[in-house]
Design a binder for this molecule. Structure first.
Ligand code: AMP
Length: 309
């Protein structure tokens, strides 16, 4: 079942304690697509400039990702420069150049209209709401956002939240969105804003899901669920870990016949699996060349990590 993702396709410059890269392929939609492509067909909507060439195109093509929705316009692609020198768990943004992203107006190719799953990656909530409204038949919609939209575009974001099946954000953003420092209370408040489920990401400490009353038709599921992150000796580059989590999570859900609480919980583990791979190398390097068996082996490792007889 195909997932349609709309979001940034970018070039990133990154410095971490493990080294630096001046220009690597990045963007939320890129990390998401690569991770999800191991589970289900993926279609991307985004915009790039003249600097996005055949080498970048080949990364998507090698994973069978449909890029007909990536618009090519004159100018430079979105560019983001971040540092993790102070804190490996949180990027410090050194520079953001919107470039062609500034006037991004998502166009949905007719071939994408039958997509059953929609992921609204971190972009202007006005654009998220617009794409959502033009895909009325999708089975499930998940979305992400960031502090900038939470702080200064709250009303637009509220309109997006009303129509989400699941919101995936990090814990600091969840507390900011709910104006509450207690995660459980914050989750309750966010679920009251619309999403049927909330996935709160805790970086190296995993992720917690909270469920609204109507999360799974015919099932009562009130207990939150936490998936661990894999303790790693070296985190080379955390960029895109959240989007890779989202890709693994939503990709797995889209590969299953029906959404149940058990599927949702397994999806949380597949999200953690893909996040753990993403941070092992710079940029998209690791997610470009995984073997399906590596994913299953790591899933088994996650089971051992958290299993109790
Ligand atoms: P993550 O580490 O999962 O939060 O996502 C990192 C990716 O988000 C990077 O590859 C960046 O290119 C992209 N990114 C950074 N800032 C923004 C922004 N303001 N809007 C959209 N994408 C962004």
């Amino acid at each position: 079942m195909a997932i349609l993702v709309v979001g940034s396709v970018a070039f990133d410059a990154i410095e971490t304690p493990s080294g630096r890269r001046d220009r690597c392929l990045g963007g939320a939609a890129t990390h998401f697509s690569l991770a999800a492509s191991y589970f289900t067909p993926v279609r991307v909507i985004g915009v790039v400039g003249e600097d996005f060439g055949s080498a970048e195109e080949a990364v998507f093509a090698s994973r069978g990702i449909d890029t007909r929705g990536i618009e090519h316009v004159s100018g430079k692609s979105f560019f983001w420069c971040g540092s993790y020198m102070k804190n490996l768990n949180e990027a410090q943004t050194l520079n953001t150049e919107l470039n062609v992203f500034q006037s991004f107006s998502p166009k949905i190719p007719t071939e994408y209209q039958d997509s059953e799953y929609l992921f609204l990656a971190n972009i202007d909530p006005v654009l998220q709401a617009d794409v959502r409204s033009r895909m009325p038949k999708v089975k499930m919609v998940c979305g992400d956002t960031m502090n900038y939209w939470i702080k200064d575009h709250a009303e637009n974001l509220a309109r997006v939240l009303k129509n989400l099946d699941a919101l995936l954000i990090n814990d600091g953003e969840a507390k900011m969105l709910a104006h509450d420092n207690n995660l459980v209370v914050a989750a309750r408040k966010i679920l009251a804003m619309g999403p049927k489920a909330l996935v709160v990401k805790h970086g190296e400490y995993g992720a917690t899901a909270f469920f609204g009353e109507n999360a799974f038709p015919g099932e009562v599921c009130r207990t939150p669920f936490r998936a661990p992150a894999l303790p790693l000796a070296e985190v080379v580059d955390p960029t895109g870990a959240g989007d890779s989590f989202a890709g693994g999570f939503f990709g797995y859900i889209a590969s299953q016949p029906k959404l149940t609480s058990a599927v949702f919980r397994r999806a949380m583990f597949y999200g953690s699996v893909m996040g753990s791979f993403a941070v092992e190398r710079f940029g998209t390097e690791r997610l470009q060349q995984l073997e399906p068996q590596e994913i299953e082996d790591r899933f088994a490792l996650f089971r051992q990590l958290s299993h109790l007889d």
